[in-house]
Design a protein around this ligand. Structure first.
Ligand code: KG4
Ligand code: ZN
Length: 347
């Protein structure tokens, strides 16, 4: 790899965060700049794609410049540029991709496109623990809820995924129902701290079902019905609803993971994506891991939600394997990370 220090610039703009980071050797963060847009989207209770991409255009030069300055690096020193190419909002993705291409062209740097979920999976490399494949990967974010068997960084098979809503999306919708501010996950989690997890018996969809799929739309509907029944909403009622919902949502993730560990006979699971920042999930998964004798590894909480350091880490892995893209690189709004495992032939 060019560049004595293996320095990679990561650029991430798949949704409402404009982020740039410089990472050395795929593990050491030299800078990690994130320009969020929570205030911009808060009045709408969710991300408005057109507003997101317009704000990215305004922010990107400054964010990349700041990432380089904070790292004390000039572009000529970089071993390459890594950029998220999808899945995500196409307008938002194109802003980051066009900028990364221009930078790579101007400074004659190698460029590699990164699948957003490969980025989340690579966020583990930025923590203190070392994980080597094969292992399981549980991706829990605003757009995805999926379990993978990973045979190499970012490569493997899909074991199960949500049949409807993603768990992070469900947190966001429940926040809206409870009148809590956007972004929903952290505010539901905060409200839940003062509540009782057994106040409302919410369903745990597919918890014990065959296979490894997830489902969150029924839980969301159950919360909506309960919110209507519990009117008027007081602080105490809100806390109980938040705590009972959070327990149901995270219990299912833990139960499905335990089943996957048993089924696949693997000793390690990495848990990544925005919802991996959730306290209850981290604690509950840790407990399950101790009981069942597997290892559950999470990224540092600040690196669970979207950031560019994870994109740089995943890009470094591609560059280290000798992989390169060129300026024909394009963005995509949807694309699976890995194929679903083929059904087993009948015995
Ligand atoms: O990975 P991410 O930043 O973006 C996507 O790729 O989707 O994940 C964002 C999601 C949002 O749905 C947000 O509400 C959720 O992660 N989230 C949380 C927490 N922090 C973020 N959900 C539950 N508890 C949290 N502490
Ligand atoms: Zn993400």
């Amino acid at each position: 790899m060019r560049g004595a220090q293996d320095l990679v610039l990561g650029v991430e703009s798949s949704c409402d965060e404009m982020a740039a980071a410089v990472v050395r050797g795929g593990r050491t963060i030299l800078s990690n700049v994130i320009h969020g847009q929570a205030d911009l989207h808060a009045p709408y209770g969710g991300v408005v794609p057109e507003l997101a991409s317009r704000d990215h255009v305004r922010a990107i030069s400054q964010v990349v410049r700041e990432a380089l300055t904070q790292a004390g690096v000039v572009p000529e020193e970089l071993a390459g540029v890594a950029v998220t190419v999808g899945p995500g909002l196409i307008g938002s993705l194109l802003v980051g991709l066009s900028f990364a291409k221009a930078l790579a062209y101007r400074f004659r740097l190698p460029i590699v496109g990164v699948h957003h979920l490969s980025g989340h999976l690579a966020s583990i490399a930025l923590g203190s623990e070392t994980v080597s494949p094969p292992h399981l990967g549980l991706v829990v974010s605003g757009g995805h809820t999926a379990l993978y068997r990973l045979e190499a960084p970012g490569k493997g098979v899909l074991l199960g995924e949500t049949r409807d809503d993603a768990v992070g999306e469900c947190f966001d919708k429940v926040a809206k129902l409870l009148g809590l501010p956007y972004p929903g996950g952290p505010s539901v989690s905060l409200a839940a701290r003062a509540g009782r997890t057994d106040a409302h018996p919410f369903p745990r969809p597919l918890e014990g079902a065959a296979g490894l799929d997830f489902s969150y739309s029924g839980l969301k509907t159950a919360v909506a019905l309960e919110v209507k029944r519990c009117s008027p909403m007081t602080e105490a009622v809100r806390a109980d609803l938040a705590a009972s919902f959070e327990a149901a949502a995270t219990d299912v993730l833990i139960a499905r993971t335990r089943r996957a560990v048993q089924q696949e006979g693997l000793g390690t699971v990495i848990v990544v994506g925005g919802v991996a920042a959730n306290h209850r999930l981290r604690e509950g998964m840790g407990r399950a891991a101790r009981e069942d004798g597997f290892r559950a590894v999470f990224p540092p909480p600040a690196l669970c939600t979207d950031n560019a350091a994870m994109i740089a880490a995943a890009g470094w892995q591609r560059l280290a394997r000798g992989e390169r893209d060129d300026l024909r690189l394009n963005a995509f709004s949807r694309s699976p990370l890995a194929p679903a495992r083929a059904p087993r032939p009948p015995a």
